[in-house]
Design a protein around this ligand. Structure first.
Ligand code: PLP
Length: 409
C-alpha cells in the first residue's frame, strides 16, 4: 500500500491532504506517515522471521524520539553511534539489552555511559578502543559485552561517500587484524567477546555484497573457532529513490542468513535505518521565487541544505513532486534550489516540469532517513517542524525551533 500518493491530483499523506496542512502549518516542514513506518518495520521483520533476529533501528537515520517510540512499540531495539543517541533510545523506552553501540571514535564518557547502562553490545572498531573499554570496565568493576566490527574489504556498489566496508574506509578491523584480536582477547579480562559485527555501507541495492560478507564471516568463524553468541549483520538495505533503482531481493538473502544462523548456532542482529524510514516522509516547501537563468529557470525553495543535506553531502537525487498536480508544462529546464549561500544548496533539475508559480508548494520525496537527523542551523536558520500523520490525524513531533534560542550565542 502506498501511504503517500495523489487523489484527484492532490498530494495526500494517508488521509490528509498536504494542501490543507500548508494552510495550518508554516512551511517548510517534514511530514511523515506513521502507517508507512509501521508497515516497513513489519515487512522487514517478516522477511527474516525464520531467523528471529533482533532488529536494532539505526538511530542516526532518524532520531526523532516520537519515531523511536513508534518503533519501540513494534519491538525494535536501537543501533546508536553516540552517547546522545544512546540516551535518546533509552528515553524512548527501548531497553538497554536491545541496544548496540557502533562508531570509530567513542569517547571515555560515552564508553562509561554504555557500560553503566549495561547495553547489549559495544561494537568495537579498533584494538585500542578495546583496550580503553577494558580499562574503564575494570574501574567500574563491570564485565562488559563487546562485539568486534569486521571490515570485510567488500566493494558494495553505492555512492563512495556512504561505503564503509572497503579496506580504505575507516570502519572496523581487517580480516587479519580481527583474527589476531580474537585470538588475544582473553588478555582483556573485563571484556566478553559476544559478537562479530559488520556494516558494509548504505543504500545497497544488490544482495551480492551481503552474500560475500557472509562468506568472509564464515571464514573468520572457522579460523578463530569462536562460537559468537551474536552475529550482527548491520544495515545498508537500499530503497528506490529513482524508478530505475531495482529493489533488493531480501527473500534470497534471508534464506542464506537462516542457513548461516543454523550452521553457527548464533543470534542474528540487523541494524536497518533507511529501509525502515526512508520512504515514509516528504519535506513540504514553498516556491519562494522563480528566477530566469540564462538557460534554465530556478525555483528557489524556502527549504535548503540546512534542512535537507543529502543532496549537498552525497549528490543524492530526490524527486520533487508538486502538492497539486496540473497538466500544463513549463517551458525549458527547471532547477530546484534552496536559499542557503552555498552553490551546493540545490536539489534536482528537470528537463521539463509542470507549470509552476511563485508561492506554489512542492514536496521533496523520500526524506525520512538522513533528513531531519542531518539538519543544521547553518545560516542561523531554525530547525524546521516535523509532523506525523496517522490516518486522518496530524501530530507535531518536533516544533519549529524558536529563533530566540539561536540568536544569543
Ligand atoms: C548508518 C549505520 C547503519 C544504518 O544504515 P542504513 O543504510 O540506514 O540501513 C547501520 N549500522 C551502522 C553501524 C551504521 O553506521
Amino acid at each position: 500500500m502506498s501511504y503517500i500518493r495523489y487523489k484527484n491530483n492532490n498530494l495526500f499523506v494517508e488521509n490528509v491532504s498536504v494542501r490543507r496542512l500548508v494552510s495550518k502549518f508554516s512551511s517548510p516542514f517534514y511530514l511523515y506517515s506513521e502507517g508507512n513506518i509501521i508497515e516497513n518495520y513489519k515487512s522487514f521483520s517478516n522477511n527474516f522471521k525464520k531467523s528471529n533476529p533482533l532488529i536494532c533501528f539505526s538511530v542516526k537515520a532518524n532520531s526523532n524520539i516520537q519515531i523511536l517510540k513508534i518503533l519501540k512499540k513494534m519491538g525494535s531495539g536501537a543501533d546508536v553511534v553516540s552517547g546522545g543517541e544512546l540516551l535518546k533510545a533509552i528515553k524512548s523506552g527501548i531497553k538497554p539489552n536491545k541496544i548496540v553501540f557502533s562508531g570509530v571514535g567513542k569517547t571515555e564518557d560515552e564508553i562509561k555511559l554504555a557500560i553503566r547502562k549495561k547495553i547489549l553490545l559495544i561494537n568495537v572498531e579498533s584494538e585500542n578502543e578495546a583496550i580503553l573499554i577494558n580499562k574503564i570496565a575494570g574501574k567500574l568493576k563491570k564485565k562488559t559485552a563487546i562485539g568486534i566490527r569486521l571490515n570485510p574489504d567488500i566493494n558494495a556498489p553505492t555512492h563512495k561517500k556512504i561505503s564503509t566496508g572497503k579496506a580504505e574506509d575507516k570502519f572496523g578491523l581487517s580480516k587479519t587484524n580481527l583474527i589476531s584480536f580474537c585470538l588475544n582477547v582473553k588478555k582483556l579480562k573485563n571484556l566478553k567477546l559476544n559478537a562479530i559485527s559488520v556494516h558494509i555501507g548504505s543504500q545497497i541495492l544488490s544482495e551480492n555484497p551481503f552474500k560475500k560478507t557472509l562468506k568472509v564471516l564464515e571464514e573468520i568463524i572457522k579460523r578463530t573457532a569462536i562460537n559468537f553468541k551474536f552475529v550482527d549483520l548491520g544495515g545498508g538495505f537500499g530503497i528506490s529513490y529513482k524508478k530505475k533503482d531495482k529493489k533488493i531481493n531480501l527473500k534470497n538473502y534471508s534464506i542464506l542468513v537462516e542457513k548461516f544462523r543454523k550452521k553457527y548456532n548464533c543470534n542474528i542482529i540487523f541494524e536497518p535505518g533507511r529501509a525502515i524510514v526512508g520512504d515514509t516522509a516528504i519535506l513540504v516547501t514553498k516556491v519562494q521565487y522563480l528566477k530566469k537563468g540564462s538557460n534554465k529557470t530556478f525555483a528557489i525553495l524556502n527549504a535548503g541544505m540546512n534542512d535537507f543535506m543529502r543532496t549537498a553531502l552525497y549528490d543524492a537525487v530526490h524527486n520533487i513532486i508538486p502538492v497539486i498536480k496540473n497538466s500544463k508544462k513549463n517551458k525549458g529546464p527547471l532547477e530546484f534550489v534552496g536559499p542557503i549561500c552555498e552553490t551546493t544548496c540545490k536539489f534536482v533539475k528537470y528537463k521539463k516540469y509542470q507549470s509552476l508559480n511563485q508561492t506554489d508548494y512542492v514536496a521533496i520525496a523520500d526524506v525520512g532517513a538522513y533528513g531531519a537527523s542531518l539538519s543544521s542551523n547553518y545560516n542561523t536558520k531554525p530547525l524546521i517542524a516535523e509532523i506525523i500523520i496517522n490516518k486522518a490525524k496530524a501530530r507535531i513531533i518536533r516544533k519549529k525551533q524558536d529563533i530566540k534560542s539561536l540568536i544569543n550565542q
